[in-house]
Design a protein around this ligand. Sequence first.
Ligand code: X8Z
Ligand code: ZN
Length: 593
Amino acid sequence: MKLLLVLLLFIPLTMSAQTPSVAEAEKFMEQAEARLREISLKLNRAQWVQSNFITYDTEALAADANEENTAVTTELVEQAKRFAGLKLPPDLARKFMLLKLSLTAPAPRDPALRREMTEIAASLEGDYGRGKYCRKPEDCLDVTAIDRIMATSRDPQELLDVWTGWHKVGVPMRDRYVRFVELSNQGAKELGFKDTGALWRSNYDMPPDAFAADLERLWQQVRPLYLSLHTFVRSRLVQQYGPQTVPPNGPIPAHLLGNIWAQQWGDVYPILGVKEDSPSVDVTALLKAKNLDAKGMVKYGEGFFTSLGYDPLPQTFWERSLFTKPADRDVVCHASAWDLDGQDDLRIKMCIQVRGSDFVVIHHELGHNFYQRAYKHQPFLFQNGANDGFHEAIGDAIALAITPEYLHKVGLLEKVPAGNNDVPELLKQALDRVAFLPFGLMIDQWRWKVFSGEVTPANYNKAWWDLRLKYQGVAPPTPRSEADFDPGAKYHVAGNVPYMRYFLAHILEFQFYRSLCRASGYSGPLHRCTFYGSKEAGAKFNKMLEMGQSKPWPDALEAATGERQIDGAALLEYFAPLKKWLDEQNKGQKEGW
Ligand code: X8Z
Ligand code: ZN
């Protein structure tokens, strides 16, 4: 009797363990998503507080929450294995795939190792946020101050000093970063990936190698434009700083490009000696003339989105966001957009300065928020960008439409300047958006090699600068060694945020922009288009936004643009008049380094 009971109990249990049904998979996923939604709210709150008040305790609390989220996700992925091999409806199969890919820092199953990893991750981000360079004991510069000096100083000595000073922030991170890579790789392996980089590359609805090949295709497509820009800028910097400082046929020293990472060069525009038909539009001056403060700038950003037919941001956005750097505490000033509850609790966190480049970043961040709100009706695992490059491209596509005509329409610019200033305006755009391309590409080329072990800790810094030379044609202004850890002086390395998304975004944003322009009925030269106020453009964009990550990204791209491939053609069309002009200027110059 007893034996029979045991047998009766045993048979259905083992049967269901061997061949679970689709209904069971559905049930499992429903519960998994509910659990993930619950802990993600907790995690977001802990991280929000950590980033807004960097202290010993908030760092510990964030590490705790991250630990829990990682543990639960890892456990769910483990449990999900029992549905492998089951033929599932496409949506459900997609959720299982996304669940497995959802951790950017996969951690070992061993709780002690997992804890060690999450603590390291929190401490690296905290170190970056607290980072300062003290030129004198009473003159300490945080990253916002560093940024301002790099953008405005033309004194090569000062630039060199500040550059060198900021890069010291990375040094103490090095050993912990080495350990972080080991631990995260172990986690990735336990999930079934070769390493953490392989996991990252698997997030694009195609085989990881095909993704890497696609990136190379895109880079080759836009590289000639980058080379023309590099050659032009270098020749003008030779004039500014002399051939002793800037080698006329070599790489550009990284401290002279107006940005601490030499990633966007727009701030050197004033020293390039470009002839203008009439003074080109200086957005910083317009913002200042209007006496706008940080919040006022964000209001203009919101206004662009509402002009497309989207609802205004919720009241809580204005109450809970951080717009300016607090005087009395450390915060992670690197701009970010947040969606705490997957519903309406949207926020940005940014140390806004009243200047044109921050006006663009505001639109960038709001692009995240409006995307988040558009897909809030999706199930939890689909509440994301079609891929991460899409998420980064939304606000940038909108910001491309900040043309003189737009500024005039919203009352920031009294008169659209007469005469043809296409080349100066395009050059300013290129200095930020084209100069960025090789930087966007190289960061994760480096990290992928680090995670795969191709680059070892003994070569971290050398490999970093080899890639910067290869892709960007920039060189460090002072000798570097393996006592340095220059990657750590970049937020996304310290904060473990994948970076290829920004390379993709800088291509995609032109595709989106072109499509929005067309939807608005515009038919002139691409770079002069603004679709401000076009409900048609807004509706078309929204078709893609509301899909979130529910479908493979080519479907989302098609909804917004009719195209299924990421393609640099729109970018090249936009900059075509500039390319022609640059090549004329560059006659007789040697391209490359
Ligand atoms: O990190 C950002 C945004 C936040 S998602 C401000 N960006 C990259 C960077 O600053 O390095 C935008 C452009 C590239
Ligand atoms: Zn972003």
